[in-house]
Design a binder for this molecule. Sequence first.
Ligand code: 13P
Ligand code: SF4
Length: 320
Amino acid sequence: MFVSTLPAPKADLHRDLFAAIADLKRELNAVILAHYYQEPDIQDIADYIGDSLGLSQQAAKTNADVIVFAGVHFMAETAKILNPDKLVLLPDLAAGCSLADSCPPDKFAQFKAEHPEHLVISYINCTAEIKAMSDIICTSANAVKIVQQVPESQPIIFAPDRNLGRYVMQQTGREMVLWQGSCIVHETFSEKKMVQLKIQHPEAEAIAHPECEPAVLRHASYVGSTTALLKYIQQSPSQSFIVATEPGIIHQMQKAAPHKQFIPAPPMNSCACNECPHMRLNTLEKLYWCMENREPEITLPETTRVAALKPIQRMLEISV
Ligand code: 13P
Ligand code: SF4
């Protein structure tokens, strides 16, 4: 009898993995939280898919014993800050963020000391150490609203994303001192290619995430967080969209509006660098293994956690 040595078909392997993850979820009383930039399989098995704000709101209210965070380190760390007694797992501990890395705590402490009168508003895409030095945290979904609530006379430091900071300044008319950090993914979109694409698809509406550079944002008819972009494509009468953010979001856009067309905004080169290399370190296989092994686990010093909790709570209170 011929015995095949070939591996099982991919579809079966996936079915097994999906079933094994579902079993582990029950066994651990775990919740799987996933960002829109995760690969489609991870999005499909998640209990909740969202933007950074939605994910932190879910993390704040979950009754699960274990939080499996399919996202990047600062997101899982935020979940741990909110849930010190829960086990928080990240499928790949190396899933960092260029924006968070662009703001080292020692340099930021020095920067903050140079502006002693300033209120510090930090984008959630930063480390727990930066959060601990901040007065209030924001996300791309609520940054404008949060800045608008600060009295006009109060000077503000906005960190670490200079592009989101500039966008908020433009929307609110407020001057802010900006930390000069940026996201490698959103800075890869090219104005030149965006304009070429708009000429090729004159019927398509361009939409963008505020982490993009101003030269790209000025070609977008709508700017918003990933959740806001997902809502927008459903409400807009347009049938096609040029999407200037990480293309992982297109999986949910296609599900929400299957008859519409979504064209990922191209990067400068012919690389796949519009995909976040950090987010994409997580795979379905690593998700399974982290649940099976109960690691890698997110941990952080209690003093940092307590200091970082306050500005996150301020954000969550404002954002209900
Ligand atoms: P939002 O989740 O706020 O849309 O931000 C996108 C992002 O870059 C997350 O790292
Ligand atoms: Fe960080 Fe940019 Fe990746 Fe988001 S897309 S995790 S901001 S590097």
